[in-house]
Design a binder for this molecule. Structure first.
Ligand SMILES: Cc1ncc(COP(=O)(O)O)c(C=O)c1O
Length: 390
């Protein structure tokens, strides 16, 4: 078969194109269009050298390397590493930065699992964590001390959809020589790329938008090349590396990231506008609504307001129970960021380990409903929500 001259791989393309082609080898005639799944834990080794040793747990097998290059391009980072869950990503990202005796400043508005990791696991390792209200002016600056190494925030916030202004934090961390670590799961790189405004490390639960089909558990850490080498050491030693099949599925899910997220942005906006007209709904939490407290910051920082929103029903917990029982199309399940529209009550999922009073303090009263908008027809979704409200 005549060899075709390989086409040059991606120069600088837009995110939609990078999600499909970013980081792949130039195609030659006869190559498969879809990057193959190499479901092998070990690979043949050259004699007489440790160089080039390939092993799945080392994060250097073909499916991992192709995907990691693509994710770094999407995030605008020097390098990325895929881990076996979002929690694995958060744990390894921070263990690469912190040692016993160090201090971490974290936003108090974080995913429930991250909250436990910091206050239970890190505390037992001698890493002190202070939780800070990111919406209180100068709150982080006031609590920096000589042992502080990093600032961690999640934005947009799970499940309240609040949007933190990272610009003052980027300034503070540069000034103090700290690392700014951002969990950007809710936004995905389509809506937000924190490195562009000065974050050092970006974390995603790839289980959510990056994969987008409710069938893969994975996480991603992105940052500078030397830092990602450090995270890799943690991934290898704590055994947080995903299986090639999970990586292959994630690569497949990633190809449609741009259209999925843009569609979810539009439908979430339509549902938020519809819900704000309903007397049965007391509060709609969606940063795309001009009435939302973070609308201005969100409009300045984000390229899209996201597919996540939350509703507080006028009838509280009882009304939420009735509403959930009547839903036909919207599925009652945890997690987010996939093709199916999901609803959950954070008091029974992400924030179940907190007391009712603790949840209320961070803006999650009983009866608070979180919606992850999927790709169904917006009119069908609104019709389902409407009949359940009646
Ligand atoms: C914002 C956020 N970060 C991290 C995680 C943890 O991700 P995973 O479930 O993939 O470990 C979640 C899970 O819901 C999340 O919502």
């Amino acid at each position: 078969m005549p060899r075709q001259k390989p086409k040059p791989s991606t120069a600088r393309h837009s995110l939609a194109t990078l999600a499909i082609h970013g980081g792949r080898e130039a195609h030659r005639a006869g190559d498969p269009v879809v990057g193959p799944l190499v479901q092998s834990v070990n690979h043949l080794q050259a004699l007489g050298t440790a160089d080039g040793l390939k092993y799945t747990r080392y994060g250097n097998t073909p499916n991992a390397e192709r995907l990691q290059k693509r994710l770094a391009l999407l995030e605008g980072a020097e390098a990325s590493l895929v881990l076996s869950s979002g929690m694995g990503a958060t744990a390894c990202a921070l263990l690469a930065l912190l040692r016993p005796g160090d201090h971490l400043l974290s936003s108090m508005y974080i995913y429930g699992g991250t909250h436990r990791l910091f206050l239970e696991e890190f505390a037992s390792m001698g890493i002190e964590v202070t939780l800070v209200d990111p919406f209180e002016p100068r709150s982080f600056r006031k609590r920096v001390k000589k042992e502080t190494r990093a600032i961690f925030v999640e934005s947009p916030v799970n499940p309240t959809c609040r949007v933190i202004d990272l610009r003052p934090l980027s300034y503070l961390t540069k000034e103090e020589g700290l690392a700014l670590v951002v969990d950007s799961t809710f936004a995905s790189p389509v809506n937000f790329r924190p490195i562009e405004i000065g974050a050092d490390v970006v974390i995603h639960s790839a289980t959510k938008y990056l994969n987008g089909h409710h069938d893969v558990l994975a996480g991603v850490v992105s940052g500078s090349q030397p830092y990602i080498e450090e995270v890799l050491q943690k991934e290898m030693l704590w055994g947080q590396t995903p299986d090639p099949f999970a990586l292959w599925l994630l690569e497949r899910g990633l190809k449609t990231l741009d259209v999925r997220v843009k569609r979810a942005n539009e439908t979430a906006m339509a549902i938020a506008e519809w819900a704000s007209e309903r007397k049965e709904v007391k509060v709609v939490h969606y940063p795309g609504l001009p009435s939302h407290e973070d609308h201005k910051v969100a409009a300045e920082l984000l390229d899209g307001f996201g597919g996540m929103l939350a509703l507080e029903l006028s009838g509280g917990g009882k009304a939420a129970d009735r509403f959930l029982r009547k839903l036909r199309l919207v599925t009652h399940a945890p997690s987010l960021g996939g093709v199916d529209t999901l609803v959950c009550e954070p008091r029974y999922t992400s924030h179940a380990k907190m007391t009712s009073a603790e949840r209320a303090r961070i803006g999650i009263p009983d009866g608070f409903l979180r919606l992850s908008i999927g790709l169904e027809d917006p009119d069908d979704l609104i019709a389902d929500l409407e009949q359940a409200l009646k």
